[in-house]
Design a protein around this ligand. Structure first.
Ligand SMILES: Cc1cc2nc3c(=O)[nH]c(=O)nc-3n(C[C@H](O)[C@H](O)[C@H](O)COP(=O)(O)O)c2cc1C
Length: 155
């Protein structure tokens, strides 16, 4: 199985820590959007897209990268995010990117979300929220998620 993870993690490296655990399980490189050629992605069995959430959205660099992908015949993709607050049920953080990737031709069935240390205003004033997250339990959940993905992709 050939897998790669494209990740933007600009605030505290929270999402990168999740990406690294998933990358270990999937034997996948973790790259920034600028480090991979969009045309390469069709050659992968599985592509992960991960980002922190910034004012309710994934990072614009990851979104621009996804938008720049040519429509084509891709295989599976998954989307994961970290955020200070739980995602609003009426507007899941992963949804718009998952939909965009589906329009591009990916099969997107799996998403993963967890809390991350958050110093966004106004939380900065109180020293931030979700200190220590992602923690060992979050990283274990990311590992289990990736193991499930690996099993289903190889099946
Ligand atoms: C400018 C900024 C805006 C943010 N906006 C949100 C938000 O709208 N909702 C939320 O739950 N967390 C928000 N956060 C918290 C981040 O999503 C959280 O810290 C995340 O884990 C950052 O990931 P990273 O360290 O990989 O960049 C924001 C953080 C920053 C710095």
């Amino acid at each position: 199985m050939k897998a790669v993870i494209v990740c933007t993690s600009v605030s505290h490296g929270n999402t990168k820590r999740i990406a690294d655990v998933m990358g270990e399980v999937l034997e996948a490189r973790v790259v920034e959007p600028e480090q991979i050629d969009a045309a390469e992605l069709a050659a992968y069995d599985l592509v992960g897209f991960g980002s922190g959430i910034y004012t309710q959205n994934i990072h614009p660099r990851l979104r621009r990268f996804a938008e720049s992908l040519p429509e084509g015949r891709y295989r599976k993709a998954f989307v994961f995010t970290t955020s200070g607050l739980p995602e609003p049920p009426f507007r899941p953080h992963t949804r718009s990117l998952a939909r965009l990737l589906e329009r591009k031709g990916f099969d997107v069935n799996d998403t993963f979300q967890c809390r991350g240390y958050d110093t966004w205003l106004p939380f900065k004033l109180v020293g931030g929220i979700r200190k220590g997250r992602p923690d060992a339990t979050d990283l274990q959940a990311a590992r289990a998620f990736a193991e499930g993905l690996r099993a289903r992709t190889l099946a």
